[in-house]
Ligand binder design. Structure first.
Ligand code: GRF
Length: 200
């Protein structure tokens, strides 16, 4: 299967997905990486791996729908089956969701439905929770509200800072995002409404 990854920044989750594909832990390949940020290190990671890297500047389009129509076109041109958001810092609009219904995944650095939106790690740390983690979910038209596929839990220690907690969570992101993509690519996910089970 062909994966399309959307990333706005450093791309460490992208790297974990590319590495898992290269190692045969996901029966798929990253066919294209798209960024809304021309300076994203994610684009550099893609180029180094010989993967098509496309920067798209939203200011070049009249509105979000036109911007997303272009992204959808690029994804289609690369035969993408599954779109993986990996630090993509925008809400996905109806244009992309309609084109890839049920085929867009995201990773969020908190245990949803707690702490959606930006800086989930810091939100959780400031709240004073004793456990946090990360969530891989399908994307719907809300903010981090779609059906949950996998979660991983990490402890929060008294001497943590938002940064040390974020680092502990990131390790788990790099583990469960490739795992969730593998489950999807091997047709193991059974979806009933908002409940996602792992089938045989
Ligand atoms: C990760 O923490 C991810 O959970 C969040 O944005 C961050 C992206 O990091 N959605 P990277 O670009 O994958 O390194």
């Amino acid at each position: 299967k062909n994966l399309g990854v959307l990333a706005s920044g450093r791309g460490s989750n992208l790297q974990s997905i590319m590495d898992a594909c290269a190692a045969g832990r996901i029966p798929a390949r990253v066919a294209v990486v798209i960024s809304d940020n021309n300076d994203a290190y994610a684009l550099e990671r893609a180029r180094r791996a010989g993967i098509a890297a496309v920067a798209v500047n939203i200011d070049d389009y009249t509105d979000k729908a036109e911007y997303e129509r272009y992204i959808v076109k690029v994804l289609m041109e690369h035969g993408v089956h599954l779109v993986c958001l990996a630090g993509y810092m925008r809400l996905v609009g109806t244009t992309m969701l309609d084109a890839f219904a049920g085929r867009v995944m995201n990773i969020h650095p908190a245990l949803l439905p707690a702490f959606p939106g930006l800086h989930g790690q810091e939100q959780a740390w400031r709240y004073g929770v004793k456990y946090s983690g990360c969530t891989v979910h399908f994307v719907d038209d809300g903010m981090d509200t779609g059906p949950i596929i996998l979660q991983a839990v990490v402890p929060v220690y008294d001497d943590d800072t938002a940064d040390t907690l974020a680092a502990r969570i990131l390790e788990q992101e790099h583990r469960i995002y490739p795992e969730a993509i593998n489950l999807y690519c091997t047709d193991k996910l059974v979806i009933e409404g908002r409940i996602v089970r792992i089938g045989a």
